[in-house]
Write a protein of this length. Sequence first.
Length: 116
Amino acid sequence: QLQLVESGGGLVQPGGSLRLSCVASRYTLAYYAIGWFRQAPGKEREGVSCITSKGDNTKYADSVKGRFTISRDNTKNTVYLQMNSLKPEDTAVYYCNSRYLPFWTWGQGTQVTVSS
């Protein structure tokens, strides 16, 4: 089963930026619409953004619209999430997965902590 690996998280001050990467090993992502999700402590996992297989259409949760940008490079088998103007409420573990059900096995995610 396809499994994705997330990276790029870290500790950043409010207003800072991070770029997350989502890579698949042994499988090509180019056929699939991909979503970024996040789960904050004590909260349910929520959708953040998604992108079509060709990268020609994107969607964002209202909470990140105008601050986050999703993109992909199918030649590198990678999907990105550029996060700007980060806020403490963006603190969460970020995951990537299929845009549509059924989800693939969830990876370990990458921790994003926004704090001064």
